[in-house]
Design a protein around this ligand. Structure first.
Ligand SMILES: Nc1ncnc2c1ncn2[C@@H]1O[C@H](COP(=O)(O)OP(=O)(O)OP(=O)(O)O)[C@@H](O)[C@H]1O
Length: 217
């Protein structure tokens, strides 16, 4: 069975206004890019996928992950990970503590070995016991990525994850994130305002319309 994330017959309304009407399938290793003006429903789409949409919205449709309907599962059982524009690391925990926090339970030494190996892969050797306040923005972004990957998600959502990084760092971190998505063959959906992100993702791009124009183009 190959990995996939499917949006089936999504109809999303805020009050009586229709924001989204979508059917999409994203295969493992593919990145679907969602663009569109402020208020067009990008965050609402991500919230619906993770099961955190506010009750103010009316929604029909199903989320399927690896050929299983996960629409009725609570957020933590969907195994859909999100990377945000802020690294959102816990300042009271070390790098290892932050990453371990999201990992499945298991042997402590094996978990630490896995963390150190992952840190090595992204050029963060020696930072295992450091606190986030003593890391650069790029290092924090890498730790956030590892925390996400080592939580073993089945799909990844990217919510403007590069928008706070300066130009060169943006290119480097974006390359790393996309490489990891492809390496792990995870289906991914990225919300961005930046056309260079869309280009780098090298997949389908959907531009949502402003409310009133019902359909995505
Ligand atoms: N919790 C909420 N309760 C009610 N309405 C909301 C809520 N969150 C968002 N909305 C409304 O739903 C519509 C879609 O908002 P959404 O945040 O999904 O847009 P967006 O495309 O992500 O915008 P931005 O690019 O500014 O983040 C907007 O009209 C917004 O005001």
């Amino acid at each position: 069975m190959s990995a996939s994330l499917c949006i089936k017959n999504l109809q999303l309304f805020r009050d009586s206004e229709q924001l989204l009407n979508l059917n999409e399938k994203v295969n493992g290793g593919e990145i679907l890019t969602i663009m569109g003006p402020s208020g067009s429903g990008k965050s609402s789409l991500l919230n619906w996928l993770t099961g955190t949409l506010a009750s103010r919205f009316n929604v029909q449709g199903e989320v399927w992950l690896n050929d299983k309907n996960v629409s009725h599962l609570p957020t933590h059982l969907r195994h859909i990970g999100v990377l945000y524009q802020d690294a959102l690391l816990f300042s009271h925990l070390t790098v290892a503590g932050n990453i371990a926090f999201a990992m499945p339970q298991g042997n402590k030494q094996q978990r630490l070995d896995k963390i150190e190996h992952a840190l090595e892969q992204v050029g963060l050797v020696g930072l295992t016991h450091r606190h986030p306040d003593h890391l650069s923005g790029g290092q924090q972004a890498r730790v956030a990525l590892l925390r996400l990957l080592l939580s073993e998600p089945k799909a990844i959502l990217l919510d403007e994850p590069f928008s706070k990084l300066d130009t060169q760092l943006r290119v480097d971190i974006r390359k790393l994130v996309f490489e990891q998505i492809r390496h792990h063959q995870l289906p991914a959906i990225m919300v961005t305002h930046d056309h260079s992100d869309a280009q780098a993702a090298n997949g389908k791009v959907i531009t949502l319309s402003t409310p009133g124009d019902l359909y995505a183009r």
